[in-house]
Design a protein around this ligand. Sequence first.
Ligand code: FAD
Length: 520
Amino acid sequence: MIAYVECFVPENDSESRPDGGVSSLSKALDLQGSVADCGADAARDFGGMNSISPLAFLRPAGVEDVARVVKAATRSSNLTVAARGNGHSINGQAMADRGLVLDMRSLGEHFRVVRARDGSFYADVSGGALWEDVLKRCVFEYGMAPRSWTDYLSLTVGGTLSNAGVSGQAFRYGPQTSNVTELEVVTGKGEIFNCSETENSELFFGALGGLGQFGIITKARVLLQPAPDMVRWIRLVYNEFDDFTRDAELLVTRQDDGGDSFDYVEGFAFVNSDNPADGRPSVPLDPQETFDAAHLPRTAGPILYCLELARHYRKADHPSTVDTGVKRLLGGLGFVEQLKFQVDISYVEFLLRVKRAEEHAKANGIWDAPHPWLNMFVSKSDIADFDRTVFKKILKNGIGGPMLVYPLRRSKWDTRTSVVLPESEIFYIVALLRFTPPYPKGPSSENLVAQNQEIIQYCTKKGFDFKLYLPHYISSEDWKRHFGNDRWSRFVERKMCFDPMAILAPGQKIFSRVLNPSIS
Ligand code: FAD
């Protein structure tokens, strides 16, 4: 069988794939699933800046198929395997140059809600499930929901758990990686393991935030809580960055003193202009509301800030109870009083809010254009300097999309996972979600990538305590620096243990495939 797989591996780029034979590949691999057309999905991602053709795009029907494919790769001289979630990476992380790409969404439906001995509820879900499907099944069938989300839910469970999975609930519950208790994983040796904090714990913590380097997540057990019915979604405008960060930090730490708090805290910077994409009109939540710039103080600069909050409630709650609770939580905050926007929507609608933006962006042609995004974690001690140089100077004209900036708390993250964070307890996620319209012609993606590099270089030169989120590096020196000495040693040890031939997730460009000398 392996000789058969090997014969599909072209010697060099110019050699074409033997199209006629690919359909026989599933037979050779003894797959229950199928082999898809390589052309489209497997060779591209949301970033739209890389196109790398795999040898084959496989649709595994279950965990055994995944294990079979990885085992076949271990017996080949140089094949690699990339799990592809929904391909929402930016820099080709889910691609495999002439390797095998697994379409994780084909894994098949696996969903069940279980109750643990301590009374907690969990959902067992497929690693290839989209979070939006997990949401709908949990809420509509059980009245329950995961505690920690991403902003956008057309992402897969395995894809976000391989990074972290961050949204406005993370200040309270930590990222998604802090909200799973068990995984089923196929290692780079093609072995299937269940793992948790107490069983195969090195693999469990390694896989969480592990950039796909130690195993392919085929199932996850996700902690649930009762789902609310409704959400009051609020946006508050700030003129000064200091006021914005003071209030944001107050809100993400307040519950520790036993106080009440919002259920979701995020924030973003926006341009003091009338640009609908990233200026003042992007702030109001209700189409009936308008942003009256006359309310801004005279001192308002080129960049303004918005705190985005949500408060859960039940349909049965009296409106005045909700009003009073929200009013109490907003008391003492220093936003521009007349620039407060709010809507009440269902919990599911709130969590699917970016889906509406997606539909809009698809209609405008900016969803499929390149996305040179930059995501980073910047320590509280450096965020004011970051604001002065990056937001107020480098990005003073905006980026055509959201510039998220909001605080997170290190103590809510499990540092046994592979995720890398700044040192300080409070750090900010900064997400430059660039949407560049193809027409009229804007700056090229090369220029925008160069601007991202300028920002990273500035942070490095100033010695900021920062890390890239969804990191992308090419050189091993940069990867080592990213992890830091101790964490890098642990990362390498885990790699040696679970994927010694560096079969998995080659698109991350961290390790090179160890060639198998016994097969020529
Ligand atoms: P892919 O891009 O397909 O894969 C990502 C990496 O994980 C690859 O290396 C791949 O090989 C590996 N991988 C995929 N599946 C598995 C698996 N089952 N087991 C092991 N490894 C696997 N992130 C946030 O944290 N918060 C957000 O709010 C957020 N919003 C986003 C909004 C948009 C519009 C987009 C495009 C991305 C957003 N992201 C966000 C980033 C997102 O978390 C990453 O893109 C992530 O990679 C998930 O995407 P995916 O499921 O498509 O995985």
